[in-house]
Design a binder for this molecule. Structure first.
Ligand code: TXA
Ligand code: MG
Length: 347
């Protein structure tokens, strides 16, 4: 399959490109598009053949359900059983990096939801994404636009690396602002369960859902044979080629440990920007931002991991264990998965 690649900055000026993309979606084809979190691999959410094509292009098991992207919160009505809590969340966080799981209606094929009777709804805060949904006139089902087993793409080049020849079109809208996938919350009546942390934090959500619970799999390793609330939790997650070890401990101890390791052959370090000057000159560094700047760390994490994977002769990667508060929880969740829960306490 030939993949068309277009840069798109302004949905109004580039309306002709959006029309082409919308046309592809309406006939069951696949379009990669930017969102504020990561790039999505989109198809018509009401077309079960499009869903099958998404799974095939991504190399993903078809029981792992897709997120349905709509342009405004009320556009979820034909597809999901909404609630007061849904609309209260929507008022505060939509459009934005939040996905809400609700009971599904029959308009969404079971192949899109991996056979579940619930559906994931998201209203992305990105002009190109919203213009594309509107132009298509159908909701867009989209997982992250990476091949299964790779980190989510935070720029069009990453998506192109994984999906060229497997999709009809890639819309390049520049770097994704957030860099981590959306927060996922499942609603059951007025109760909410956090299934995946993201830029909408538990603290944010508790202003609307005071009794929000956090699924154990967000922070802990899954026990053998344990049941999961989200099919995505049970699959082997992305891990870099060189095994990643997360470091925990007093700042001065961790820094001394890193300086020593950085001099060794085959070692790469996802370091804070302020650590660059103190590291040995020959160190292989992948800076992720300042220690206190969790936004930049979120923005850079997946790109840094892809860079590490493209660096020859790396045998081990080290990174700081992120804090569990605020946006830190989303970083923590992605980091422990990439590290297969390997945490070293440095004393
Ligand atoms: O930021 C994002 O959410 C990006 C952009 C493209 O919107 N999308 C994304 O999709 O990260 P994906 O497919 O890579 O991750 C969606 C996760 C999966 O782990 C899936 O298991 C879970 O959402 N999910 C989807 N529908 C669900 C449902 N009905 N119940 C429970 N979990 C669901
Ligand atoms: Mg994904």
């Amino acid at each position: 399959m030939e993949t068309q690649l277009y840069q798109i900055k302004d949905p109004e000026k580039d309306a002709a490109i959006l029309q082409k993309a919308a046309e592809i979606l309406r006939r069951g084809g696949l379009v990669v598009f930017p969102t504020e979190t990561v790039y999505g691999l989109g198809g018509d959410a009401t077309n079960q053949n499009a869903a099958m094509a998404i799974y095939a292009a991504k190399g993903r098991p078809s029981d792992n359900p897709l997120i349905i992207h709509v342009a405004t919160p009320t556009e979820a009505e034909p597809y999901a059983v909404t609630s007061d809590t849904y609309y209260r969340l929507a008022r505060h966080f939509m459009p934005g990096p939040l996905t809400v799981i609700l009971p599904k209606k029959d308009t969404i094929p079971l192949s899109v939801t991996g056979g579940l009777d619930t559906v994931a709804i998201r209203c992305p805060d990105h002009a190109v994404a919203r213009a594309l949904i509107q132009a298509a006139g159908v909701p867009i089902a989209a997982p992250s636009a990476n091949r299964s087993g790779k980190p989510s793409p935070t720029c069009a080049a990453h998506a192109a690396e994984d999906l060229t020849g497997r999709v009809d079109m890639i819309l390049d809208g520049g770097d994704c602002e957030v860099g981590l996938e959306s927060t996922i919350v499942k609603l059951e009546g007025d109760r909410g369960i956090l299934l995946r942390p993201g830029a909408v934090t538990p603290e944010d959500l508790r202003r609307i859902i005071p009794n929000l619970s956090i699924a154990p799999a967000v922070t802990a390793a899954l026990g053998e044979g344990e049941r999961v609330l989200s099919p995505g939790m049970k699959y082997r997650h992305y891990a870099p080629t060189a095994p990643l070890v997360l470091l925990e401990g007093e700042e001065t101890h961790v820094r001394a440990f890193l300086i020593e390791k950085a001099g060794e052959a085959g070692v790469g370090i996802l370091c804070f920007d302020e650590e660059i000057p103190v590291m040995p000159k020959n160190a292989t560094l992948f800076p992720v931002g300042k220690r206190a700047d969790l936004e930049t760390q979120a923005h850079r994490l997946f790109a840094a991991l892809r860079e590490a994977d493209a660096t020859p002769h790396l045998e081990r990667l080290y990174a700081h264990l992120p804090p569990m508060e605020g946006l830190g929880l989303a970083l923590y969740n992605r980091a422990i998965r990439a590290a297969a829960h390997t945490i070293l306490h440095v004393t």
